[in-house]
Design a protein around this ligand. Sequence first.
Ligand SMILES: C[S@@+](CC[C@H](N)C(=O)[O-])C[C@H]1O[C@@H](n2cnc3c(N)ncnc32)[C@H](O)[C@@H]1O
Length: 301
Amino acid sequence: MRHDVPNPFMAQCPDGPCPGADATHGADPIEARLLAEFLGEQGGADEARVAEVLRRRIDLDEPVAYITGKAYFWTLELEVSPDVLIPRPCSEILVETAVGHLRKADEPTANADTEASQIIDLGTGTGCLLLAALSECQAARGLGVDLSPAAIRIAARNAERAGLQDRVALANLDFTSPTLAADLAASMPLPGQPARVLMSNPPYITTGEMLDLDPSVRDHEPHLALEGGADGLACYRAIADQIPSLLDAGVLEKGSAIVLEAGSTQALRIAALICEKSPSSTVEIRRDLSGIDRCVKVTLA
Ligand SMILES: C[S@@+](CC[C@H](N)C(=O)[O-])C[C@H]1O[C@@H](n2cnc3c(N)ncnc32)[C@H](O)[C@@H]1O
């Protein structure tokens, strides 16, 4: 972990570092190795190239992942650009939780490979969450949506890169839209079949916190991926408001899980927002490897 400049998501994880954070922002030896590899791939570490890389990393505080164009998440190497958030290790708990729910859903066979479950990922960015979950569930299909057309193009290339393109659909949609349920129903890879899991890592940094973010985040990562309104919960409210119409449209069903990433102090408030729309649901709050309440799972009743 670098000590002079806090990890960008430390702003969201005040109780401890994001573990393994990260191959893109964190430990200097890892950064050095990634940059050396990158220079090698670019044809060698001549003086001008090294100077340019150091200028971007040190003077401009640009994240290593944007310099190299690559980030690592779960078992995947993903393309990134400043159009997408750099995947964070603390988000992997969402993948674990989603995959756990898909496997349970397939009981009594308990074999996630035999059932063609469906996953929706709202605000897919690089596609990291969806692709990681699909890589663990051989028969599952997934739909990733994002408001950013550039993010959708990157997610599509990442699906190809991971060899998952045949099981992934991507759509340029707004998860606050009044037509979301119909739009999702029309885009699902398994039409007419409710999703077993809806996952999302929506923007959750408050407008006030945006100013205090580490410059490597604030000045380089897309604000569309970061800012969640005055209290950071605007996107969760929008997603909660969609639940009744998602159930009516058969996009979700009883037993489907909503799996959401939370900022370090937000988990209980997010659970309350979702349960308001689906009162008998069961809630589980799961911690990331730093012990922070990071993942809210609501199983719809
Ligand atoms: C925090 S990033 C998460 C990206 C990726 N899922 C991850 O975990 O690294 C949030 C994503 O939501 C997208 N987004 C923001 N507002 C949206 C909206 N109203 N509808 C759809 N996507 C949205 C952003 O473009 C961004 O890709």
